[in-house]
Write a protein that binds this ligand. Structure first.
Ligand SMILES: Cc1cc2nc3c(=O)[nH]c(=O)nc-3n(C[C@H](O)[C@H](O)[C@H](O)COP(=O)(O)OP(=O)(O)OC[C@H]3O[C@@H](n4cnc5c(N)ncnc54)[C@H](O)[C@@H]3O)c2cc1C
Length: 475
């Protein structure tokens, strides 16, 4: 069904012919398999139905595509690595998918000013590698880094496992180049750390999920390489101990670079599903915390920190990664949860956040709610960036279960979770965005007034509403 507010002024065949003339036959995809594959992201909830997929190779190409689509009122879905978890890059309504995979050049690395300039289609892993080759460090780090693109990271304001120390994507962006709905190229690409000259418009595009413009280039901050990273995995008997562990780490001035948690169910599923996965623990424990610290010299040794945690009764067992293989193994237990769950069953995901001091009260109330609502064949799997107050709740049922029934049941529980969350002033989306899957729940986190200002902002930058229509909110 076409978007109600748009009345396309060209036939599909004319639009495809225009794109083929602009980009060449190879870079305009119309085959059924291509439309299915490129028209969706990780969510796989909505049936992809794009009009076509276009693969530009330059900012000028993107500008010409958007100018044509704007004139002819054609809906556009910006697309990156398609690892999104809220159907932001899903084209389910006859949209033109504009995917930036071909725009993957790293243009410059400035080792004095500590910046990196890249096209938006470069993967997060490639950025990390480029920083490393230059003796530096790019701190945005997420399990999808081999596939997701910096354009997608910026559009979702991705968080990841190092946010606790370095901040999220927003904190890494110094400059942006964006193509607006009209085709205008807006250059906000100044690589300045200090620039208080009027409104800083780039922040509007960070986290806007492709609804305000297509990011084509970014200037990113680099960091000195962390020195002497140490990793421990800890077994924890109860949830209340987890924020207390974090507090002890901060008091002992350990420089925490990651503080992640997962439950025994998550641990068990990774061990079942990930070939070669190994755990250092003999006994099972309800919770596990992965603690990474930078230990450049003065801070207490990790062993001392763990001893203190034992003495305070906050952990029941712990293991320190003794070499790079164990480092990978321990991280693997956390980073492979999403993929292991996908192999294990049908999954519905919540990605919520709370102020750390509210976590315990919320989790207690949540346990009561789940006890009364959870169907027998549904597992509820918790993990996440707990050091940032970010909890991923996963509703998991066997693949044999009827999908509609599963989602209906999980939805009922989820609504209760969001109501509870609103009473604790939490967010229904900590880092994944809103996209299509969560727009009906935006009101749990944002006031009517906020959503109304968002709509007005959208109308100002994209008056015809061609960019990612239906995402975040309806117009
Ligand atoms: C295994 C796994 C682990 C993950 N871990 C994390 C995590 O720790 N933290 C986290 O935050 N997320 C995580 N994610 C979610 C996902 O990887 C991020 O949201 C990521 O930033 C999406 O990037 P992408 O290139 O895949 O974007 P896509 O999925 O292609 O698109 C995401 C959104 O961005 C828009 N978009 C894409 N490119 C552009 C562009 N150039 N200009 C404008 N808009 C654009 C799309 O329209 C869509 O709305 C994980 C996903 C998986 C599968």
């Amino acid at each position: 069904m076409p978007h109600k507010h748009l009345s396309p002024k060209v036939m599909r065949s004319d639009a495809v012919a225009f794109f083929k003339k602009l980009l060449g036959e190879t870079y305009v995809l119309t085959g059924e398999a291509d439309l299915k594959a490129w028209g969706t992201d990780w969510t796989k909830v909505f049936e992809p139905k794009p009009l076509c997929v276009v693969l530009p190779s330059s900012t000028e190409d993107v500008s010409k595509i958007l100018s044509y689509c704007n004139t002819n009122e054609l809906a556009v879905t910006p697309s990156g690595g398609r690892t999104g978890l809220c159907a932001g890059a899903v084209a389910s309504d006859g949209e033109i998918v504009v995917n930036l995979t071909r725009m993957s050049k790293i243009m410059a690395v400035d080792t004095t000013g500590l910046t990196l300039t890249a096209e938006a289609g470069v993967t997060t892993q490639a950025l990390q590698d480029a920083a490393k080759e230059n003796g530096l460090f790019f701190p945005l780090d997420l399990a999808s880094k081999g596939t997701c693109q910096i354009g997608g990271n910026i559009a979702t304001n991705a968080g990841g496992v190092k946010l606790i120390k370095y901040g999220g994507t927003r904190e890494q962006v110094l400059g942006l180049e964006v193509v607006l709905a009209s085709g205008e190229i807006l250059d906000m690409n100044v690589a300045l750390r200090k620039n208080n000259s009027g409104y800083d418009l780039k922040h509007l595009f960070i986290g806007s999920e492709g609804t305000l413009g297509i990011v084509t280039k970014a200037v990113l901050r680099l960091m000195p390489k962390p020195r002497n990273l140490q990793l421990a995995i800890m077994a924890v008997g109860d949830f209340i101990s987890i924020p207390k562990i974090l507090a002890v780490c901060s008091q002992k001035s350990a420089s925490v670079t990651a503080f992640e948690f997962f439950t025994e169910v998550a641990h068990k599923i990774v061990l079942q599903r990930l070939p070669g996965a190994r755990t250092p623990f003999k006994d099972i424990s309800p919770f596990y915390v992965l603690l990474e610290i930078e230990q450049p010299g003065r801070e207490p040794e990790l062993e001392e920190l763990l001893e203190a945690l034992f003495e305070e009764g906050l952990i029941t067992d712990a293991a320190i990664a003794a070499n790079s293989t164990q480092f990978k193994e321990f991280w693997g237990l956390r980073e492979n949860i999403t993929e292991s769950l996908a192999a294990h069953g049908q999954v519905r995901k919540n990605d919520i956040s709370l102020a750390i001091d509210k976590l315990d009260g919320f989790v207690k109330a949540l346990q009561v709610l789940l006890l009364s609502k959870r169907p027998k064949d549904m597992e509820i799997v918790f993990f996440g960036h707990i050091g940032d107050g970010n909890l991923h709740i996963n509703y998991v049922s066997p693949k044999t279960r009827d999908s509609k029934d599963f989602h209906a049941e999980a939805r009922e529980i989820e609504e209760g979770v969001f109501k509870l969350l609103a009473s604790f002033k939490g967010s229904i989306s900590a880092e994944h965005g809103i996209g299509l899957t969560k727009k009906k729940d935006l009101h749990f986190t944002r006031t009517d007034s906020e959503v109304s200002w968002m709509r007005m902002t959208k109308k100002m930058w994209d008056p015809k509403g061609i960019l990612n229509p239906g995402k975040i909110f309806d117009l």
